[in-house]
Design a protein around this ligand. Structure first.
Ligand SMILES: [Mn+2]
Length: 327
């Protein structure tokens, strides 16, 4: 499918005054960083902007500049000329209140990098070669002459750094490094943002890591490392949204593993599954799709009914089948 050009989207935005920008539910670094960066640039361009996040800002990302502009949407449609969805693979993943808040906008723009994105906007730019939506937003803003300041650079760095696993995943391109270089030349302090992202964890997050190390399970002949994070463990450390971000990388780091999986029990009794592949032949989004989920080849997710032990068995069985198929 051909996507709409940056020029066409920029022209449409230039003709709009009232803009809502939003990201997906349970936002990660790419979602929040892209959201703040885009919203701030539109404010600097003289627009009236609502920056919407159904689930607010996770505790681990609150340090980023201007996250205070983010609103949790109310349950009614806003008066808008345009709505912009960022990093959100399906329209529903914006969240129920966000979809409603944006419902009166005559124009919906969809910027994303998920291969499964069905192009639900009126204007769509879905670049699956980009490792982060933040990278797409950087290109869009700079190429189209929209304002980019220091706060925007901090947020775009956080977006790109987190979605590339600190530039380690194979989705990272030469262009990614050049963008970071351009931002450093413009004054970005990458080391300080990195330290706050990766070396300032609250103790409760390290206690979760301790539980992971005690409870992790190795299966499929050493090729899968997984962890079931129960509600009891979450309550034991007073877990907050964002605390589990990156924990899966400990499982991923084990020699010989092809896949890492975290099963997280939710307060509604469901089980949230996060899966990572370490082998380009193994597409974990296919396994997640078997359970109604999706995502990227190397990083995907799904939601299964509980109880957690049953969800764990079912998912690990499907993943094992997929791995065995590659033998
Ligand atoms: Mn992303």
């Amino acid at each position: 499918m051909t996507d709409d050009s940056f020029g066409a989207i920029a022209n449409a935005l230039r003709g709009c005054q009232r803009i809502a920008v939003a990201c997906h539910v349970r936002p990660d670094g790419d979602a929040i960083g892209s959201l703040v960066a885009f919203a701030r640039s539109m404010v600097l361009a003289g627009k009236t902007v609502h920056a919407l996040s159904e689930d607010g800002v996770p505790a681990n990302l609150e340090f980023l500049p201007l996250t205070g502009i983010i609103e949790k949407p109310d349950d009614y449609p806003l008066d808008l000329d345009v709505a912009v969805a960022l990093d959100t693979a399906t329209h529903e993943r914006l969240g129920e209140r966000t979809v409603k808040a944006m419902s009166a906008a005559p124009l919906l723009v969809n910027f994303d990098h998920h291969a499964t994105n069905p192009r639900y906007g009126h204007l769509n730019h879905v670049d699956t070669t980009s490792p982060a939506t933040g990278q797409i937003i950087y290109e869009f803003l700079t190429q189209q002459g929209f304002p980019v300041d220091a706060d925007i650079r901090d947020n775009l760095f956080a977006a790109i750094s987190t979605d590339t696993g600190s530039f380690q995943y194979n989705s990272t391109t030469a262009r990614t490094h050049r963008i970071i270089a351009e931002m450093i030349e413009a004054g970005l302090d990458a080391a300080t943002i990195s330290q706050k992202l990766y070396d300032e964890h609250p103790l409760r997050r390290v206690l979760l890591l301790k539980a992971l190390l005690n409870e992790m399970k190795i299966s499929a002949g050493g090729r899968i490392a997984s962890w079931a994070l129960t509600m009891a463990t979450q309550q034991g450390v007073d877990m907050e949204p964002g605390d589990t971000e990156g924990l899966i990388d400990t499982l991923r780091s084990i020699e010989g593993t092809m896949a890492a999986v975290v099963f997280e029990e939710t307060s509604e009794g469901k089980v949230r599954v996060s899966a990572r592949s370490k082998d380009v032949r193994l597409d974990v989004s296919l396994v997640c799709a078997q359970f109604g989920g999706g995502g990227h080849r190397m990083a995907a997710g799904a939601r299964l009914p509980g109880p957690i032990a049953v969800a764990e068995d079912k998912f690990l069985q499907s993943l094992t089948n997929e791995i065995t198929r590659l033998d």
